[in-house]
Design a protein around this ligand. Sequence first.
Ligand code: TXA
Ligand code: MG
Length: 322
Amino acid sequence: MTAPLILSPDTVGIAKAAALLAEGRLVAFPTETVYGLGADACNGQAVAAIYTAKGRPSFNPLIVHVPSVDMAQRYVIWSDTADRLAQAFWPGPMTLVLPLRTGHGLSSLVTAGLATVALRVPAHASAQALLEAFGGPVAAPSANPSGRISPTIARHVIDGLGAQVAAVLDDGPCSVGLESTIIGLADTPTLLRAGGLPVEAIEAALGTRLATAATPTGDPDTVTAPGQLASHYAPRAALRMNAETALPGESFLGFGAMACDLNLSATADLHEAAARLFGCLHVLDAKGLPIAVAPIPTTGLGRAINDRLARAAAPRGSSATS
Ligand code: TXA
Ligand code: MG
């Protein structure tokens, strides 16, 4: 398999990446959460190529990335709640699901035929520069084969997707390291996916608790955010959570001061653990041994870390998606 073009995040690289998007090609790019697999969100064939490259079930809709709140408002029916959250957390690691406006112009493949769309304004300087240079909405799921660990460095993208991507904009490791927090605003504000922005911060900005989406069942017809399917973010090796020690033959992924093969954060810092999570899982997965993971607190970013670990630990075979 030939390799994708590796682009630097300078003026030339950004211009090339934007030109490839305009030609309907796939370009992987960094955001502060994870690397995304980008395509022109208005070009149905380009969006279809995302599903093919990832091996992603076509019922699972994609996040549309835009450079500004102004551009986000072109596609959806905006609301006071959307405005409050956008003012507080955009650009940043938050995605809002809102009702589509008529004449939005997005490919129906992006929304998988739903009446809503997921929108995000990322904060990463290279993502912002690319979105500005392209000048339109970019559909981008995480740039990993469907159901596998999300990419937090360019190398993960190249190893996972290879030449199915025209180019990778390489700007080093992602600072947050967990996918965005997804909030459904089509009716009662609902947490659809825990992620890189702590739920507590969102609830503080709203002044109310968020509703939570129905428990994932693995049945795509009953899942509000299809990415909530049980087996997801899965390493090839089996994974066991809340382990006090490793059993013989297991790799041990630690948290806090302890003896282990790799440590998410020796100082028990949840931000550091989030940023390191997928990278550590990629490394341990390559060793091929079952993985035991130390207990992680469930507050702040710990909620999303535990969510990703629970999905990685879930029995395989329920269709995994993004
Ligand atoms: O941090 C992130 O969110 C990354 C970066 C690249 O932005 N993207 C990402 O995309 O994680 P993806 O496709 O791997 O996950 C998107 C999630 C899926 O679980 C999908 O089902 C959900 O968003 N989603 C998209 N549109 C939706 C909609 N209209 N209603 C409910 N869920 C939606
Ligand atoms: Mg994903």
